[in-house]
Design a protein around this ligand. Structure first.
Ligand code: PA5
Length: 255
């Protein structure tokens, strides 16, 4: 991969919102990101204008923290000299690979071959269709522990592309409350990202659809599945996946 990225040293934190922020959530499974007192902050914002991310980057810079921006431009690209510029003109969620690859390359370059080899369009469509059948007319809830970021990506894709409710929950916390709710869970379609024994326990307790995850290759594959699933669901609901109304409105009102 010809992409040039800066080398990082010390404690690393990562920030972003929505389709950009989930890059940090997914990479957490492979790299111990810090939430406080970092030496370096990776700020991910496709537009570069998301105020929460820009403010966090500004605050970090004022504290003398090194900021590396992953963005297609905007205000964020002007804040720091360390900018990884990604292809412009997409919607943030469709740019996941462009945002994710540089972050993986900075933190875990050894995993890049797995990210690439996980791509399998034909199989991803098949799994997406199985999931769509399982969901039926119910509300999907995605659960995970180590791979919670992938669960969140499924939720976001369904929300934004299909305009449909979807949620995510964290294992083992849900084993101490939410599992009981399945006594009356007829309207919910539970799906578990199983990467450990405790995930399997949750899956059995709530009779969930299981998506097995053993490493970055599977993560890369499941990110594709999430995309196909949300687009298939959008088609079924007669929604345009590329059209957003409430998110831009929220951004306008927050300015
Ligand atoms: O997918 C989307 O469009 C949103 O979730 C955005 O990612 C989110 O609003 C943040 O914007 P940006 O990615 O430009 O920082």
């Amino acid at each position: 991969m010809g992409l040039t990225v800066p080398s990082l040293a010390g404690k690393v934190s990562c920030t972003g919102m929505g389709g950009s922020g989930v890059v940090c959530e997914v990479v957490k499974a492979f790299y111990p990101l810090r939430t406080d007192d970092p030496d370096v902050l990776i700020a991910v914002s496709y537009s570069g204008n998301t105020w929460e991310t820009v403010e966090r980057a500004k605050q970090a810079m004022s504290q003398g923290i090194r900021v590396v921006a992953v963005t297609s431009g905007g205000e964020l690209s002007k804040l720091t000299r360390e900018v990884i510029l990604v292809k412009q003109g997409n919607q943030p969620r469709y740019s996941f690979p462009y945002l994710f690859l540089p972050v993986v390359k900075m933190l875990r370059p050894d995993l890049i071959p797995e990210v690439v080899s996980g791509v399998d369009n034909a199989r991803a469509v098949e799994v997406a269709k199985e999931l769509l059948d399982f969901i039926g007319g119910r509300i999907p809830v995605f659960y995970g522990s180590k791979y919670l970021g992938v669960a969140k990506r499924f939720k976001q894709e369904i929300n934004e592309n299909a305009k449909y409710p979807a949620f995510f929950g964290e294992i083992p916390e849900v084993n101490h409350n939410e599992v009981e709710s399945y006594t009356h869970g007829e309207g919910i379609a539970p799906i578990v990202l199983v990467g450990s024994e405790i995930d399997q326990v949750t899956a059995e307790l709530i009779n969930a659809f299981v998506l097995k995850v053993t490493g970055m290759r599977d993560v890369s594959f499941l990110i594709q599945v999430a995309g196909f699933l949300s687009v298939e669901l959008a088609k079924k609901l007669g929604e345009d996946p590329s059209k957003l109304t409430k998110i831009p409105e929220g951004k306008r009102l927050a300015q």
